[in-house]
Write a protein that binds this ligand. Structure first.
Ligand code: PEP
Length: 257
């Protein structure tokens, strides 16, 4: 089995217009070195995907959509489908906590989106994680379990190797509060246990598990060294060139600033 590449995903959320995104990518390209053991993925606004795709070297950067709609086409005003993103992005973030909590996406929507992504050759980055309340009542592992069951319901054992899971505790996203590395490890192990149970040991070993939640250039190395964590989903710190470049550099084994 090929060694797992570290995956660093920058989720720009609803920031930067097309012009800003282009300038940002131009600057980032000067700072991020290409390494065989690291994959750097950019998730700009939908609008910027096409222009950025023409600008990047795919060996240096891959692209992700921040969301998608699960029907391939039709009367769904304002939505963007996986079929429309096909060939443009390698990844799609699905079930991000902002989608779950602000836009009220439920497991059914999320599992349909996972299916739509797979059907269109896009790797879903399925986000799971507990709220502060769920954590305070000791439900962290139950929430992860239920969200995995919900999101992966129709995923076959052939498809599971094409999925990435991101553990993102809701209370840590954009708050400056970090999960302890022990918590990230506990979550990553629970995710792999469940994948073992559902799809077998080989699938659990192969699947990539990311941590996300207020990761900075200073904390990245700790999470990347955490057992079971294969990469990072980064929001705020992906919006400045020095911090995102430093995080990507941390992912390359042996390269330290
Ligand atoms: C995210 O958007 O998925 C995220 C983890 O954001 P932040 O790094 O800002 O917490």
């Amino acid at each position: 089995m090929a060694p797992v590449k570290k995956l660093i995903v920058g989720n720009w959320k609803m920031n930067m217009n097309v012009h800003d995104a282009s300038i940002f990518v131009h600057k980032l390209a000067d700072e991020i070195k290409v390494h065989r053991d690291v994959e750097v993925v950019l998730a700009p606004t939908f609008l910027a995907l096409q222009p950025v795709s023409l600008q990047i070297d795919r060996r240096q950067f891959k692209l992700a959509a921040q969301n998608l709609y699960w029907r391939d086409n039709g009367a769904f005003t304002g939505e963007v489908s996986a079929a429309q993103l096909r060939g443009l992005v390698e990844y799609a973030i699905i079930g991000h906590s902002e989608r779950r909590h602000i836009f009220r996406e439920h497991d059914k929507d999320i599992r349909n989106k996972v299916q739509a992504a797979l059907r269109n050759n896009i790797v879903p980055i399925l986000c799971v994680g507990e709220t502060a309340h769920e954590r305070s009542v000791g439900e962290m592992l139950e929430v992860i379990h239920d969200q995995l069951i919900g999101g992966l319901a129709n995923v076959t054992s052939e498809e599971i190797s094409r999925i990435v899971i991101a553990y993102e505790p809701v209370w840590a996203i954009g708050t400056g509060k970090n999960a302890l590395p022990e918590d990230a490890e506990k979550a990553a192990r629970a995710i792999r246990r469940q994948i073992t149970h559902l799809y077998g040991e080989a699938a659990a070993k192969e699947i990539r598990v990311l941590y996300g939640g207020s990761v900075t250039a200073d904390s990245a190395a700790t999470y990347l060294a955490t057992g079971g964590v294969d990469g990072l989903l980064v929001g705020g710190a992906s919006l400045t060139v020095p911090s995102f470049a430093a995080i990507a550099a941390e992912a390359h084994t042996g390269e330290k600033r």
